[in-house]
Design a protein around this ligand. Structure first.
Ligand code: HEM
Ligand code: HEM
Length: 175
């Protein structure tokens, strides 16, 4: 298996990014579902403990993945349709925007913040409204939009697979 992508399949690093992030985002989304469906239960508390640090790690992964996608842009398997291109760009947009808005709000809150013991923000007196408000408005909503987008993404993989064999994109990313 090659590290870089080719015209017929994604390479090892693209696959590692795709499937490790799919797992971690799955965890994150199960966690927020537990938060709204089973508020204040042990399940909610268990998942919520990982929400912010895992979100920061997902932001780092998304930025590295974006760079890797751009490096491989000319050798990746061609997108099936314009809709697929737009959909994938939209997914990247959400993967960067959601944790960025969360982190900006976290900073603006003026509270101390660390990622599993690694100190990130030292905190300060007061609160920066313009950093907090975009997150209040958009972080959760875009997070739910990501859940819908991921379901649509998986459905489209199934849809292409069940139609024309040439449109089966699963072997490009898996197997
Ligand atoms: C890819 C990463 C992330 C995803 C998919 C995500 C998703 C979500 C979703 C869907 C909600 C709404 C839950 C509800 O409706 O009650 C939420 C809430 C929240 N998230 Fe995240 N999040 C991510 C990263 C982060 C990061 C990095 C931070 C902060 C450092 C953060 C802080 C919060 C906070 C404080 C809330 C509760 C307030 C609110 O509903 O906006 N999240 N997140
Ligand atoms: C959180 C979940 C997921 C996200 C955010 C996501 C995102 C993406 C993105 C951005 C691409 C474009 C290639 C790239 O840059 O990596 C892609 C491709 C792909 N994904 Fe996912 N994905 C997720 C989950 C899944 C799952 C569960 C499946 C299983 C059916 C899947 C199957 C595929 C396939 C087969 C491709 C290649 C599509 C093509 O070549 O046209 N993805 N995914």
């Amino acid at each position: 298996m090659m590290l870089t992508d080719s015209k017929i399949r994604y390479g090892a690093l693209s696959r590692l990014f795709h499937w490790s992030m799919a797992l971690l985002i799955g965890w994150q989304l199960v966690g927020v579902l537990a938060r709204v469906l089973a508020e204040d239960t042990a399940l909610d508390k268990f998942f919520w403990a990982t929400h912010k640090p895992l979100g920061v790690i997902l932001l780092v992964l998304a930025l590295l993945r974006l760079v890797w996608a751009l490096v491989n842009l000319r050798r990746r398997p061609p997108e099936l349709t314009m809709a697929a291109t737009i959909g994938h760009i939209g997914l990247y947009g959400l993967l960067v925007a959601i944790p960025t808005l969360g982190l900006l709000r976290q900073y603006g809150s003026g509270r101390v913040f660390d990622v599993w013991g690694l100190p990130l923000f030292a905190g300060f007196e007061g609160r920066v409204e313009w950093m907090v408000e975009p997150g209040n408005l958009l972080h959760g909503n875009l997070g739910w939009l990501l859940l819908v987008a991921v379901i649509g993404h998986v459905f489209m993989v199934y849809w292409h697979r069940r139609g024309n064999k040439e449109h089966d994109v699963l072997p490009r990313m898996w197997g």
